[in-house]
Ligand binder design. Structure first.
Ligand SMILES: O=C(O)CCC(=O)C(=O)O
Ligand SMILES: [Fe+2]
Length: 222
């Protein structure tokens, strides 16, 4: 590992503490946080580098729901995903970053987050994800959603915005999937959708979960 790399990581660690504090404040105040230029540039470069070298056959058509009720529902979403593991350098850096966020938010907000799962997503031109919730009330499963965008130079005409509905009256915030932008929100509280893009759109979607293990069933599955 070069000295430059270590320095870069050192710098991002300091910035991360400020950033994580900001996310905690936002979640406490409104339940969501939208921060442009939030992810360390080095991390974005690494993640985009990896997603761009993944062979096409590693992506699978995304489904709705988990395990037994896993459906391929063309009408709801048309993106393709690859689950992220810590087995690659970029995957490990991302999981390390998410882990630090988890620790800070657990300490400041007492959310009881226990594990993290995330995937790369690729939306080909025209692909979309219709309005949905990432978790259902009462399940206490996915607690917090995190979306990180990897697209350099995303233009106003490129589409592909995330629309986050912020109240029952239908107010919303539109977020451009510009590289480095981070969106964090309480999974049960914010319906959202992804509008069709005019160019390839790369992102990471991740979820912090609580531990709902019983003696019969180990959850979350790995
Ligand atoms: O890519 C995005 O902007 C959001 C993706 C999303 O909502 C999901 O994967 O559940
Ligand atoms: Fe979602």
């Amino acid at each position: 590992m070069s000295a430059g790399f270590e320095t870069a990581i050192g710098q991002t660690t300091l910035q991360s503490e400020t950033l994580f504090g900001q996310i905690a404040d936002d979640i406490r105040d409104t339940g969501y946080s939208i921060l442009p230029n939030a992810l360390p540039e080095l991390l974005i470069r690494q993640l985009l580098g990896q997603v761009n070298t993944l062979p096409a056959d590693e992506f699978s058509v995304a489904g709705i729901g988990r395990r037994h009720n896993y459906l391929h529902e063309q009408r709801v979403r048309t993106d393709e995903i690859v689950w992220i593991t810590g087995d690659t350098i970029s995957g490990a850096l991302w999981c390390q970053w998410a882990n630090k966020l988890q620790t800070t938010l657990n300490r400041q907000l007492l959310l009881g987050m226990f594990s993290f799962e995330s995937h790369y997503s690729h939306y080909a031109p025209g692909a979309y994800y219709k309005r949905h919730l990432d978790a259902f009330k009462g399940e206490r499963n996915r607690v917090l959603s995190v979306v990180a965008y990897l697209n350099p130079d995303w233009g106003d005409d490129d589409g592909g915005e995330l629309v986050l509905y912020t109240d029952a009256a239908g107010s919303y915030v539109k977020v451009s999937p510009q590289g480095g932008t981070l969106v964090v929100f309480l999974s049960e509280d914010f319906p959202h959708e992804v509008l069709p893009a005019r160019r390839d759109r790369f992102a990471i979607a991740g979820w912090f979960r609580t531990n709902t293990s019983t003696t019969q069933r180990i959850d979350p599955p790995r």
